[in-house]
Design a binder for this molecule. Structure first.
Ligand code: 1HE
Length: 268
């Protein structure tokens, strides 16, 4: 395991390890336990820096939080008086960082436990897969703090749970527990308490084995196709399909199946 603390960027509250036989899985740990991994400006910028500078060996990433909670959201201690322009730029900084997570080089799996609230939920929703353990709870306390989401939550969270549920959460302060949260669509996997990181790592190893172009298409083309009118979506899909299948790796993988050398699809 290679471990690196990114104290030279903007925060020492986040660490990057690489794991796997070929260092193909990046493990990014929010490590600001005393503040429940609240996201200071420095931490957000460090997160952006990590995703802009992932080691070339990395094919998938896992993000998790140290301590009892994934993330308590925006660092409320830094919420100073900002004028409208400064407020917009602060929100845009979050957008830029979380864009690097969603549209960066590799798929990202969030391992969730404890509080996944406010900006913590915005971060989780920028990831491609969410694994939650039984201790997880989800909330958007912005409504009761007199603020609004600013880290892309109004775009990404309705795609997971729908506009109606997000509106209810912000209007009423509703908190979803792990089971209701999974049913609502926050997480694709629900595991026993303490097992989210292990499950996320297992999935990351599998994701890292995919052809990189397939992963690229899933991360960069699929969400855009989903927002296109159907006729344009079909065209984009056909272009992406043509590019992905033309890679030598795709030919080798299909041939391996035809030769009986690749796994069949098996019932789980
Ligand atoms: C914080 C933060 C924070 C904790 N900013 N300092 N987010 C919120 O409104 C979440 C607010 N936090 C909580 O509801 C609770 O802290 C938790 C449920 C997450 C955890 O509870 P607990 O009992 O484990 O910890 P605690 O005692 O509440 O907090 C421990 C310390 O962390 C304490 O500081 P201390 O100096 O008194 O020890 C807390 O003040 C501190 N802390 N959360 C700053 N968020 C891009 S826009 C995004 C908009 C948002 O995300 S709004 C924020 C929503």
């Amino acid at each position: 395991m290679n471990s690196k603390t990114l104290s030279n960027s903007t925060s020492s509250d986040i660490q990057l390890d690489t794991r796997g036989d070929h260092q193909e899985v990046a493990v990014i740990r929010l490590s600001r336990v005393a503040k429940r991994n609240a996201l200071s400006d420095g931490l957000i910028l460090a997160l952006r820096d990590i995703f802009e500078n992932l080691p070339a060996t990395v094919r998938a990433a896992v993000i998790h939080g140290e301590g009892a909670h994934f993330c308590a959201g925006l660092d409320l201690g830094e919420l100073q008086e900002r004028d409208a322009g400064q407020g917009m730029h602060h929100s845009r900084m979050w957008h830029a960082a979380l864009e690097r997570v969603q549209f960066g080089p590799v798929p990202v799996i969030a391992a969730l436990h404890g509080a996944v609230v406010g900006g913590g939920l915005e971060l989780a929703s920028a990831c491609h897969i969410r694994v939650a353990d039984e201790s997880t709870f989800y909330a958007l306390p912005e409504g009761s703090r007199g603020i609004f989401v600013g880290g892309g939550g109004s775009v990404r969270i309705p795609k997971l749970i729908g506009v109606a549920r997000m509106t209810d959460m912000m209007l009423t302060g509703r908190v979803y527990n792990a089971q209701d949260g999974e049913r609502a669509g926050f997480a694709q996997y629900l595991v026993p308490e303490g097992q989210a990181l292990a499950k996320a790592l297992e999935l990351a190893v599998r994701v890292a084995q995919n052809a990189p172009l397939t992963n690229y298409a899933l991360m960069h083309a699929l969400p855009r196709i989903a927002e296109q009118p159907a006729d344009q979506g079909y065209l984009t899909e056909s272009l992406m399909a043509a590019i992905v299948q033309s890679a030598p790796e795709a030919k080798q993988r299909v041939q391996a199946f035809l030769d009986g050398k690749a796994n069949k699809v098996a019932k789980s």
